[in-house]
Write a protein that binds this ligand. Structure first.
Ligand SMILES: [Zn+2]
Length: 242
């Protein structure tokens, strides 16, 4: 899509390959059943599965983390996650909705934790973590410097900030969830990134941009202000009473 970033997700749920001379970084995996297609997509790019050295995860929900265990086992890569996501990943549960067995996913061992502002480096490729609690307690975004047509840009792998199925009142997903949501939007709006890469395809018009890729004109994935607009929309859609 841009520079060393490739899309390996499904039509609706994103997964990304960031390539470095020393190997690959995979960000998110999709649902458990998607694992074979994800592995096929990586091979179709001309890589071996064993080229994947590091796996990162935006947040520990079954629709993004479901295939982690299989991909980690098949590739031999190390999984890095923020500390608050580790319990859900290692138990294969939806934090705060452990009673919803249909939201379980294959548990996966976390090989290392990443802190807010921490850097994941592979060769010369450096991803910087930004943790924005709310959607989950350790929801993690990643910033990556990219180049296109000789210019520098910043890609932002957005972790999600929507309320989704989270309970905010009654039996809240985690007791401080509403305070976390309140804190999450301002930092997102302040991020200086012009390539938005979001966990769900419709959040950033993946299909429309893909159709324009390779046509004359600027790379369609470079859209200054798109992240700020999405953060503002998501903040407006927040319904703390629901
Ligand atoms: Zn989610």
């Amino acid at each position: 899509m841009i520079d060393n970033v490739s899309y390996v997700g499904s039509a609706g749920i994103s997964a990304w390959i960031v390539s470095a001379p020393a190997g690959l970084i995979l960000i998110d995996t999709g649902m458990a059943a998607y694992a074979p297609q994800l592995e096929a997509s990586i091979r179709r790019l001309g890589f071996r599965l064993s080229d994947v050295r590091i796996i990162l995860i935006s947040h520990a929900h079954f629709n993004h983390a479901g295939a982690l265990a299989r991909i980690r086992a098949d590739s031999g890569a190390s999984l890095m996650a923020s500390a608050p996501e580790t319990y859900a990943l290692e138990h294969g549960v939806y934090a705060g909705s452990e009673d919803r067995r249909d939201w379980d996913f294959p548990p996966v061992h976390v090989d290392g934790t990443i802190a807010d502002g921490g850097v994941v480096a592979l060769g010369g490729v450096r991803l910087t973590a930004m943790i924005t609690p709310g959607h989950t307690a350790g929801c993690t975004n990643y910033l990556l410097p990219v180049r296109d047509a000789g210019r520098r840009h910043t890609a932002f792998f957005f972790g999600s900030a929507s309320v989704a199925a989270n309970r905010l009142v009654g039996h809240p997903q985690y007791p401080w969830i509403v305070a976390d949501y309140r804190r999450t939007y301002a930092p997102l709006k302040a991020v200086d990134a012009d390539v938005l890469l979001a966990p769900h395809a419709e959040f950033f018009d993946l299909a429309g941009k893909r159709a324009r890729l390779g046509k004359p004109g600027a790379n369609p994935f470079i859209v200054p202000g798109e992240l700020r607009r999405l953060a503002a929309q998501t903040a407006a859609a927040r319904k703390p009473e629901g």
